[in-house]
Every structure is written in structure tokens, then in C-alpha cells.
Design a protein around this ligand. Structure first.
Ligand code: SF4
Ligand code: SF4
Length: 99
């Protein structure tokens, strides 16, 4: 699931829009400035292209007001990585120094 902006916490700082590597966000101007968490927000971040989000988490990490949430896809939650599941050589020699 893509990033979701909690509108009540968004102060319109644009950090998520700047940092997102996939350009998922659009800053939408408010009709009039609104006081949110002690700041006068003039815009709000909107996830305009949710299908482009790859859940990298950069926006959430950098948002100063914790206004971004995720619910990770079910298959990501249950993925278990194992080197034994990969073909020989897939780890670029990683196995060789492990002996
Ligand atoms: S970084 Fe957070 S507060 Fe800033 S515009 Fe994005 S969602 Fe809003
Ligand atoms: S999780 Fe990554 S790709 Fe998705 S909206 Fe946030 S910064 Fe962009």
C-alpha cells in the first residue's frame, strides 16, 4: 500500500514532495492558510500517483510532523529471505568468503 498523508498533521512543508524519488506527491494549495500543529499551512501534500509508490519510506522518515503512514503489502510482511533460496553465485561471491 502506498504512503498515505494524514491531512490533520500535514503542515505543507513540501519535504516529502522534494525527497520522494518517484515524484508521487503533489502539493495542493489550501483555499486559505490553516493552523496545523502550530504552523500556518498554505498547502497540503497529496499522494497523486499511489501506484508509483514503492514503499521506500523516505517520505515518512523525513516528514517533520509524522503525517505519513504505511500499511505494507501482505507479501512484504511475510517475505523471509534465505541465501539457500538463491542459485549458486547469486550473491557475487558472498558464499565463498563464508567458507
Ligand atoms: S513532509 Fe509531512 S508535513 Fe511536510 S508536506 Fe509532506 S506530509 Fe506534509
Ligand atoms: S514511500 Fe518512497 S516512493 Fe512512496 S511516496 Fe514515500 S518517498 Fe515516495
Amino acid at each position: 500500500m502506498p504512503a498515505v498523508v494524514i491531512a490533520e498533521r500535514c503542515i505543507g512543508c513540501k519535504i516529502c514532495d522534494i525527497r520522494c524519488p518517484l515524484d508521487v506527491f503533489t502539493m495542493v494549495p489550501l483555499d486559505k492558510p490553516k493552523k496545523i500543529l502550530g504552523r500556518m499551512a498554505k498547502a497540503i501534500a497529496v499522494v497523486s500517483y499511489p501506484d508509483e509508490c514503492w514503499n521506500c519510506g523516505v517520505c515518512r522518515l523525513d516528514c517533520p510532523t509524522d503525517a505519513i503512514r504505511f500499511v505494507f503489502p501482505e507479501d512484504m510482511l511475510h517475505f523471509q529471505w534465505s541465501p539457500d533460496a538463491l542459485p549458486d553465485g547469486a550473491l557475487c561471491g558472498h558464499r565463498s568468503w563464508q567458507g
